[in-house]
Write a protein that binds this ligand. Structure first.
Ligand code: ADP
Ligand code: MG
Length: 261
């Protein structure tokens, strides 16, 4: 199987595929909220693949400017010319533009989305004066992690109230075990043990961990174990150390790991 097929494996959790399809049918933009590593990006890749649409993913960060999305004038030997950014390309030619961790982007970046994400469906390129009507196959999808460290940043109501929004969470135990089996090629029994460990850590993390263990980290541990890494070692380096710097917490989590393996 090729990587392409692999990247489209997605374990459906609930009614997210239906909701996405309804939104798409009416040209409505979609907002996905959920903790890091719970499957948001994979879901968007899966939907794009199913719909046969090109996917343009932009990982947002605090230096991302509107020009990074829209495009800019470049200089060549023949003078200056305009080059579309990733958002503009998708608006012009169709495709799903996915702004991952949108909350990280600067506020002026999200403002350019307003005319695009309401009934107007048009993009204003201030620098060239062009107004582009979105291609019929253009769709805007954004995601963010509403964890407490993002509470202050938030998304402005004027932005968020332009989206069909859904909350994602970690997969159910059964689904998560299937994902581990698929992604790491481990036996179901081992997958179930890792999933139980993950659930225990998530229960604890309500109290004192910055972020609960993600499905992504469980997959890392599963992969290392599948190639012979000792369970405790894999859990220490793939689950515990990425989660915390606190020696006390590392000790407590190591005990938990030992109880499972
Ligand atoms: N429902 C799912 N189906 C298939 N794989 C999943 C699912 N949820 C999580 N994963 C796996 O977990 C990894 C992290 O998920 P990702 O979509 O990157 O998380 P997010 O975008 O929410 O941070 C993916 O690469 C994939 O291997
Ligand atoms: Mg992501």
């Amino acid at each position: 199987m090729t990587e392409d097929t692999n990247s489209c494996y997605y374990q459906v959790q609930d009614n997210e595929v239906e909701i996405f399809n309804f939104a798409k049918a009416h040209n409505l933009p979609v907002l996905i909220k959920g903790p890091t590593g719970c499957g948001k990006t994979r879901f968007v890749e899966y939907m794009a693949h199913n719909l046969g649409r090109e996917l343009v993913t932009v990982s947002c960060h605090d230096d991302l400017t509107a020009a990074d999305l829209l495009g800019r004038h470049l200089v060549s030997s023949d003078g200056t010319f305009w080059q579309d950014g990733p958002l503009t390309r998708a608006v012009r030619h169709g495709g799903i533009c996915y702004l991952d961790e949108i909350i990280e982007a600067r506020k002026d970046t999200t403002v350019v989305l307003h005319s695009l994400s309401d009934h107007r469906r048009e993009l204003h390129l201030e620098r060239t004066g062009e107004v582009i009507k979105a291609h019929k196959d253009f769709m805007l999808v954004v995601s963010y992690n509403p964890g407490y460290q993002n509470m202050m940043k938030g998304l402005k109501p004027s932005t968020r109230q332009r989206f069909v929004a859904m909350s994602f969470d970690y997969p159910s135990p059964e689904n998560e075990a299937n994902i581990l089996v698929h992604e790491a090629g481990i036996k179901l029994e081992l997958a179930n043990t890792l999933v139980k460990l993950g659930a225990d850590i998530r229960r604890l993390s309500d109290i004192d961990l910055k972020a609960a263990v993600s499905t992504r980290l469980l997959i890392y541990a599963a992969k290392m174990m599948s190639s012979g890494c000792h369970a405790q070692t894999a859990c220490l380096h793939c689950i515990i150390e990425p989660l915390t710097d606190e020696p006390e917490t590392i000790k407590a989590l190591s005990k938990l790991v030992n109880a499972h393996f």
